[in-house]
Design a protein around this ligand. Structure first.
Ligand code: SAM
Length: 252
């Protein structure tokens, strides 16, 4: 596939930045994964890698009394999260920073909890586990979600839709990567279908509809919106082939 054009990215971000989350996830799943992190202090020091506009960051702020450093490389998402934090009076507990999770520039061994929903694949899970391990204090947790295949031979069109995830494997492959790392696997679970729809695909389809009206006279924008609408449509047809899995790991 040819590289996306600047116009594609303009429309892509006009859709994505308006969503509560930029990937599958839900407050219930964040709470369930957090519940697996036994022995955390009530006010943990949390690092949220690839936070997007902060869907899970805000849930972590509700579910703990901790302080959170939230990092994303996409400056407009951090600007949106920063505005949300100011509106909600959370700026003293949560710091939103533009940065690279491959080099988060945070003190080693300083976090009780490193969190990442739908983002670690950008740098590869094995590398992310090393980075997470080094940022955690002993006994601290790294919790993350990752896309995984559920069937042996997904149809080519479904495979193609995950071309941004070149190393995507089965949940067992991620578990093997964890077992080869310095972290120990505590537990894992599959995100339910509601976690794809409630904060992600349903608002995405609504946003695409709204932008259809905005761009009614703009054939290029409409074609890009049609292309984007294919993702939730494919999920309706083919979600049996793939899933998002939550993994909770711990630094011994
Ligand atoms: N965690 C958010 C959520 O679930 O709503 C966002 C998930 S989105 C699928 C992946 C995020 O990772 C994007 O916001 C993207 O900008 C960010 N990202 C990609 N590569 C990154 C990097 N090297 N460092 C920091 N953030 C990165």
């Amino acid at each position: 596939m040819t590289d996306p054009t600047p116009r594609f990215w303009e429309i892509f971000f006009a859709v994505y930045e308006a969503l509560p989350r930029q990937g599958p996830g839900s407050r219930a799943c964040t709470a369930r994964a957090l519940g697996l992190c036994s022995g955390l202090p009530p006010d943990p020091a949390i690092l949220d890698l690839g936070c997007g506009v902060g869907g899970q960051t805000l849930h972590l702020a509700e579910l703990t009394a901790g302080s959170i450093v939230a990092i994303d490389s996409h400056a407009p998402s951090i600007a949106r999260l920063t505005a949300t934090l100011a509106e909600r009076g959370l700026a003293s507990r949560i710091q939103a920073i533009v940065g690279d999770m491959a080099n988060p520039k945070q003190p080693p061994g300083s976090f009780d909890l490193v969190w990442s929903e739908g983002a670690l694949y950008n740098i590869g899970i094995a590398k992310a586990l090393r980075i997470g391990h080094d940022l955690l204090r002993p006994g601290g947790y790294l919790a993350f979600t990752d896309a995984v295949w559920r069937t042996e031979n997904p149809p080519p069109a479904v495979r193609a839709s995950f071309e941004d995830y070149p190393t995507m494997g089965r949940a067992d492959d991620v578990i093997a990567t964890i077992q080869a790392s310095e972290l120990e696997l505590i537990d894992h679970f599959t995100l339910p279908d509601a976690a794809w729809w409630d904060d992600f695909y349903t608002p995405m389809e609504q946003r695409i509809d709204a932008l259809h009206r905005t761009y009614a006279q703009d054939a290029e924008a409409l074609a890009i919106l049609e292309q984007m609408a294919e993702e939730p449509a494919m999920h309706r047809r083919s979600s049996q082939h793939y899933a998002y899995e939550f993994f909770v790991t711990r630094r011994p």
